[in-house]
Every structure is written in structure tokens, then in C-alpha cells.
Write a protein that binds this ligand. Sequence first.
Ligand code: ADP
Length: 597
Amino acid sequence: MARPSCSLFGTFLTYYRGQRHLFVADLVCAFVVASVDLAFPQILRALTAGLFARGSDAILGVLLYLGVGLVCMYALRFVGRYFVIFWGHVMGARMESRMREDLFDAYQRMSFSYFDRHKSGDLMSRLISDLFDISEAAHHGPEYLLIGVVEIVGSFVILGTINAPLTGVLVLIACLLVAYNVYANWRMRSVYTENRERISQVNSRLEDSLAGIRVVKSFAAEDVERTKFRRSNTAYLDSKTRMYRAMGRYQAAIAAMMGGLNTVVLVMGGWLIAQGQMVPADLATYALYISLFTTPITSILDFTETLQKAIAGFKRFCEVLATQPDIQDKPGAPALLVSRGAISYHNVHFSYNFAATAAAPSAGGEEVIRGLDLDIEAGKTVALVGPSGGGKSTTCALLPRFYDVTSGSLTIDGQDVRDVTQRSLREAIGLVQQDVYLFDGTIAENIAYGCPEATLEEIHAAARRANIADYVESLPDGYETEVGERGSHLSGGQKQRVAIARVFLKNPPILIFDEATSALDNESEQAVQESLSELSRGRTTIVIAHRLSTIKGAQEIVTMEHGRVVERGTHEELLSRGGTYARYYRMQFADGSEDVA
Ligand code: ADP
């Protein structure tokens, strides 16, 4: 992987490594193509100026050799062109593919706070469109420059030898062309930028609408979505229209300038012929070289647009590679050794904004956990209850180090979670959340997620313990049934039990249930609750409880408010104490619901 500390250009060059042979061959072929293009007008000149004057017999003899020579030349050009187009693009695609892997690896290394700060659409666009721009510049850049420079310098020298004064005028007009091109590109940049913004708005709208399609349908809000989409789509169309208008103006102006150039050359060349300072064959050759001289100039200038996009994209790419994850293993950190599974939070403080603003002067942010002290005995089930926003989920997120405590300590069997490897820590903790994420694939693949070496017997056993085996085995394809995008072919309760089977297979000594049954109906909840009780047997378990039925299984209940423990005890103890928990409990009976949080 590229070293993020290198300069932008140095990092870029590392991606050519491993492609050296292709790179050199690409440049050689580009040189051959440019040389053949340069040679043709010279051959025509020799033919018209010298050969036709010698008589038909001499012409026929030479034409045969000339024909064979031209066929060989164009065969060479064909091979060169094919190589440049095919292998040049393959070289760029390989570089793009390596960059994509590096970027994906970097995303995988990032901590939760990074994903809190960046939208997934933005991260996706870095992976797709930015890298495409970079690869375009990576393979077209060297070849355009080489072909362009060979053609410009070659044709300039040849034009100069044919007629120096005329070449002087040509260079003057070429300078005007360059100046106009620079100006037009500068004017068009804002149009291109606007166009990119508009398309990304269309994409975001589309992404948002499709991701929330169930909500859209349930609110019969298709017309609202259609109107919003039309608005962004029309804005995109308008910006495209502006872009094409600018492009039309630019192309037409370049064509007009080329026309002017041809006119000047013909008129001035004709005058030079009339003065006896030039022969007609030279003028014809001159006309052919003009486009060889001017076309690469405009191509190179146009290429600067691609280059600018690529540089901007590569900067963003390097930014990601250079970002150090907030949470890292200490050098030489040992693996966590869980002997019993006792958990201890000691005077823990935490604020979400701390990591995000650590580099900024205003580091800090409102504390979400304020001096939390909590000991959980090994093998016990402890329920966290309290008002929404009280810090229950955050407390749990600190245990697997999704975020690091701002101060205080958090230990498992006496080992601080910051002193052990993240891998061993996360292997020791099983998480069952309210939002179950199933990956596109079969039920078996989803149960075995994270344990790819699991045998079929182990997968089936995990499904049985999670109370999902009977249902899966009743399906025509059994464990090979596809779950659909995000598990859309399964009900909420079935998805939750697949997620529980995953944890059975993982077999961790510590469990976190974060409102695992909150989204389920009563019937599914009961089945899932049984699976959860079976799963938590003999393991240290923290349950974020939403429903009373979930709390009843807990040996201890901890009430949290404003990031602190306000009381703890058994259900009966807390009720008799008449504190916060008792208040929630009474409120719940008052409105007849089962919710306590
Ligand atoms: P609970 O689980 O008790 O409902 P949470 O731990 O989810 O409480 O939230 C505690 C506080 O932290 C809330 O004020 C919430 O808005 C805030 N919070 C939760 N997650 C994040 C996050 N990823 N980034 C910033 N603030 C967050």
C-alpha cells in the first residue's frame, strides 16, 4: 500500500510500480504513432515535389516501394495504436484497482467516529468517480504528453525548414489559440463544477428515495418524492444545457480560429509562391502539418481539465489514506484473555465530539457519559434502563471500543480494553441489536458471517439454538435460501433469530443486547426472547431493555440518567425503593404499555 506520508506526486508514482514494462511499452508505441503521423506529409511532399517531375517510368518503380513502405508504416501505426488504447487503459485500470483496494482497506480500518463524520454517498463517490478520473489521467497523461510533444516539436521543426516566415505567423496564431483555450477552460470550470454538484444531488436523492422506499410507500408519498426528484433532475438538465452551450461556443470558436489559420496560411503561402519563395508542394505539405501542430496543443490544454479533476480526486484519496483511525491497537498489545468475563466501568467520561474535534482548538463537546461507575459480575445478566438519550447504548458501545472513553477506565477481567488487541476484544463480545443487518447471500452464509470456517453441522446447530432451524428447514432451499437485500425476504423476528444464530456460532463469553426485541411484535418477541435467554446462559450479558419482559430475566437492573447510574438492584428492590425505576414502572402501568425506557 502507498505510504500516506509521501508527497502527492511521490504517492502517485508508487502506483506505476509493477506497471513499468507496460508504461515504457505504452510510451514507445505512442512515439511510433506520432512519428508515423509526422512522416506522412513529408512523404507526400517528396512525392509531389521531386518524384512527379521524373516521368512516369520512374514513378511506377518508386510507387511500388512507396506502397509497400506505407503499408509497413501503417501496420506499425495500427499495432502502436492498438497497444496504446488497449494496454494503456489496462494499465490505468490496474492502477485504479490497486487504489480502490487501498481505499477500501483504509475504510475498513477507520473507527466509528469517521463514519459518523462522513456520508456514505461521499465515501462511495471517492471509491468510484474520483478513482476513475485518476486512472484516466494516469494512462492518458503520459501518452498525450508524449504524442503531443513529439507532434508539436516535430511539426514545428519541419514547418520551420519549409518556410520560416510563415512558421512565425503560425506560432503567433497558435499563441492566440492557447490563450483562448486557457480562458475558455477557466470559464467552463465553474460550469463543470456545477454539473458535478448537480449529478451528485440527483444521485443522493435517488439513494435516499430508494433506501427509504418502504417509508415512502407507507406514507403514500410517491408524489412528494417524484416532485423532489424532478426538481433535482431539472436542475441537472439545466446545468447540462449550460455545459453544452459553453462546449458548443468553445468548439465553434476553435474551429473558426483553425479556419482563420488555414486562410492566413493559404493567402500568405500563395503570395510567397507568387514571389518565388515557396513551391506549391511545400504549401500543400504545410497545410497538412498545421493540424499536426495545433491539434495536440488543444488536446493537451483540454487534458488539463481531466488532470485537474484527477489531482482533486487524488488529494481526497491521499487524505483518506493519511487519516489515522481514532482507535488503534497499542504496539505489541496482547490479546484479551477472558477467564470469567467480569466487566468494570470506573469513573468513565465520554463525549462524542471529543475525537472529532481533537485536532481543532475547540476540542471537547458535551459529555454523554459523566463519571460512570459500574461493575458487572461474571456470568450475570444486567439490564440498563432509563430515559431515551440517557447513555445506555453509548455505555455498551464503549465496551468493544467502538469509541474510546475520554477519561476513566473500562476493564474486562482486569484488563483495560485499550491495552488489548481490538480483534481479540471484539471476538469476546457478541452484539445483538435492534437493527439487524443481513448481508446479501444465503441464510447459511449469514449465520456463518465472521466464522467462515464453520461446518454445516455447526451452522445447523446454531440455527437450532436460535429457534430458527424449523423455519429454515421448511423452506424449499433450506439454508441456501437467499435473504434478499438487507434480509428483505425474512420477517423482523426471523432476521433477529438469524442474527442470534450468528452469535451462537461465534460463542463469545460476553453479550450485549441493544434493544434486540424492541422492533418485534409480541409473538416474535417471545420466540426471540427465548433464544436470547438460551444465548445468555453462563455469559456476562448487558441488556438494554425497552420492554419489561426483557428486564425480568435480568439478575440486576441499573437505571441510567444523564450518563450516570442513578440506582441499581433487583426488580423488587428497586420497586420498593420508590425511585426512578419505580416511577417508570408506575408510568408504564398508568398508560397500559409495557415500555419502560
Ligand atoms: P440511550 O441509549 O440511553 O437512548 P444513547 O447512548 O443512544 O442513549 O445517546 C446518548 C446521547 O448521545 C444522546 O444525546 C445522543 O443524541 C448522543 N449520541 C448518540 N450517538 C451519537 C453519535 N454517534 N454521535 C453523536 N452523538 C450521539
